[in-house]
Ligand binder design. Structure first.
Ligand SMILES: Nc1nc2c(ncn2[C@@H]2O[C@H](COP(=O)(O)OP(=O)(O)OP(=O)(O)O)[C@@H](O)[C@H]2O)c(=O)[nH]1
Ligand SMILES: [Mg+2]
Length: 410
């Protein structure tokens, strides 16, 4: 049962969207057990999230606390008066030291409400200061207590966002690789693409709230009724996909969903519209360790239905994919489970969690940028001034390089 830890601006803006989608999908008939992410608090007679809200500036947390949508309690929140100014070292070293014990205390109190299978689900951005740095501190401490941690993080826009984003992202991600059991990275560029492709009439770029509704839907569909569980130290990275990619209520045919799932696997695409349908098993280059696919919908229950046979076809094809012998033999999936679900959060939909390195290009860009900046000692003093030495940064680069190599060698 996960306690949700919301770090920094991203964590405290995204987690409410995720939890609201969990509520919405869990209430689809037949109602599934809500207690994973929520608990009933007798004193207020309300369902409240099993969450801890952490930020070093007050603005975003105040918004969470006054919102009536999720009933967050003041006792679940820890904040200070000014943030970490996009500096991982400030979050990790300074705030870790000054606020760390208060934060761990609040986490401990929330955890006391969990009576079985205590674990943690963290939300943070990689590029900021508080979320990236302070979450590194906290997951390190929780790992020392042998806790299971799943970390969801957002990669920055690759163009022109924060000039030290390569430092913060690589330092923060390396800590996740070291201390979390599994990581669910998503990219802001991808969230923007999904939103824009799904809303072709809107010409303006989406704001964070709109992007968070895309991410919240995706994560909730993947996580409201299944546990991502691979438990392998070398391969910790899950890429979540959803079809439909945005939470629309329009009815879809299962036949279309099954085909879309197949093409999402073959292309590695993040969005289910305008995929490249030229890509087939013969010319794909995707490699996965494993995958977990859930198909939701009423039609699945009738095996005689034409859609039922489509489903069997997908199952057969996925089985074939595991032992595929086509040339060039590039597509690889060592194992994959497909679950058919009776719940119906939306009318026929699917969640797809793929253990693979689908964000390789983005991580390589961040890593190479950091290597170059470090060689010129550019921005290094921001980190050294706060007690993070060059060697610690080099170690983080090596950890991320090793992760990329592990996936290359599948
Ligand atoms: N998708 C999405 N990205 C966000 C949101 N808020 C911030 N980001 C991204 O997160 C990164 C900045 O990190 P923040 O979470 O704002 O930073 P913080 O943890 O509050 O840390 P400091 O403000 O530096 O103390 C950038 O890459 C932003 O694009 C959000 O609500 N949604
Ligand atoms: Mg902030």
């Amino acid at each position: 049962m996960p306690v949700t830890l919301q770090f920094g601006q991203y964590g405290n803006q995204l987690a409410p969207s995720f939890l609201q989608h969990i509520l919405q999908y869990s209430q689809a008939p037949p109602a599934s057990d809500l207690t994973a992410y929520f608990r009933f608090q007798e004193s207020v007679r309300k369902l409240i999230p099993r969450s801890v809200l952490i930020d070093m500036e007050p603005k975003v947390i105040e918004k969470c606390l006054v919102s009536k949508k999720l009933n967050y309690q003041h006792s679940q929140a820890i904040w200070r008066q000014s943030g970490a100014g996009n500096n991982w070292a400030h979050g990790y070293k300074n705030f870790g030291q000054s606020a760390g014990s208060d934060i761990l205390d609040t986490i401990r109190k929330e955890s006391e409400h969990v009576d079985r299978n205590l674990e943690y689900l963290t939300f943070s951005s990689l590029a900021g200061g508080t979320g990236s740095g302070l979450s590194s501190y906290v997951i390190q401490e929780l790992d020392e207590q042998k806790m299971k941690i799943t970390s969801q993080c957002i990669l920055p826009f690759m163009q022109g966002e924060i000039n030290v984003q390569c430092y913060n992202s690589i330092l923060s991600f390396a800590k996740m690789l070291e201390h979390s059991s599994q990581i669910i990275p998503l990219a802001n560029d991808d969230a923007r693409i999904i939103y824009m492709k799904s809303n072709p009439t809107q010409s303006k770029t989406p704001n964070f709230e709109q992007m968070n509704s895309v991410i919240g839907h995706n994560l909730a569909l993947n996580m409201f009724s299944q546990e991502l569980d691979f438990n392998c130290n070398l391969f910790k990275i899950w890429n979540c996909r959803a079809t439909p990619s945005v939470s629309k209520t329009e009815s879809r045919k299962l036949f279309g969903i099954v085909n879309t799932v197949k093409q999402l696997l073959l292309t590695g695409s993040i969005v289910d519209s305008q995929m490249d349908y030229q890509i087939s098993l013969k010319n794909t280059t995707q490699k996965y360790c494993t995958g977990q696919i859930q198909l939701f919908g009423s039609l699945i229950q009738n095996p005689k239905d034409i859609h039922g046979s489509e489903l069997q076809k997908l199952q057969q094809e996925l089985k074939d994919l595991k032992t595929v012998t086509v040339q060039p033999q590039l597509f690889k999936m060592q194992s994959c489970t497909i679950k058919q679900m009776k719940q119906q959060p939306l009318e026929n939909c699917s969640s797809i969690a793929l253990n693979g390195m689908l964000l390789k290009k983005e991580f390589e860009t961040l890593k190479n940028d950091l290597v170059q900046k470090l060689a010129r000692r550019q921005f290094l003093h921001f980190y050294e001034d706060r007690g993070v030495e060059r060697d610690e940064i080099v170690d983080a680069i090596v950890v991320v390089e090793q992760m990329i190599k592990n996936y290359d060698e599948i």
